[in-house]
Design a protein around this ligand. Sequence first.
Ligand code: MD3
Ligand code: FE
Length: 211
Amino acid sequence: MRDETGFTLLPGRLSPDDQARLVADIMQAAREAPFHVQATPGGKPMSVETTGLGPLSWVSDRLGYRYEPRHPLTGQPWPPMPPLLQALWADLVDPVVPADAGLVNLYRPGARMGLHRDEDEADFAFPVLSISLGDTALFRIGGLTRKGPTRSLRLASGDVCLLAGQSRLAYHGVDRIIPGSSRLVPGGGRINITLRRAAPPPALAAPVPSR
Ligand code: MD3
Ligand code: FE
């Protein structure tokens, strides 16, 4: 189901049990690494709440966008990536090079995400893997420029998308969620997890001097 742009939607890729397990893992992780509202570099609060999993996660503040190894409010390292997410990346993306960043977005009713590109990662050859949990989202994806046609699709709980090739740098956003469309997330709403390879590859080892 990979289209000509490199976009793949895997509807219902996660079983109901795996979905429930992931939500429980994320809510547990959020006790140490609380969901919080980030601001854009322009100072506007985002409508989603965010936390992170794994070695790095994406942060935004007055200084700009970047990946950081610690939660900006607690100063603590992000909680580890749940094994289920590591396994999904190994299955669908790369069995050797793990994801090093897990960005978790919580959409309570009314939250949205404006059209943007994900371009803060070192190597766009690695795809982005997205997992949807809870309420259905009306998701929008366009092309490589901000203008030009977009298409709208629904992302339901358990759906996984893979953004590879051209689609890796496509403009995309979330127009809205459909409140009450799932009972999975405690308190209602939607969780999206994006797994990424954010850091540059380690420098090639220096040649061993022969004498
Ligand atoms: C990546 N999240 O966190 S994920 C984001 O549903 C983000 O929370 C949205 O955009 C969400 O940056 C969408 C699915 C997605 C779709 C298209 C993409 C991620 C993508 C295209 C390129 C890169
Ligand atoms: Fe994005």
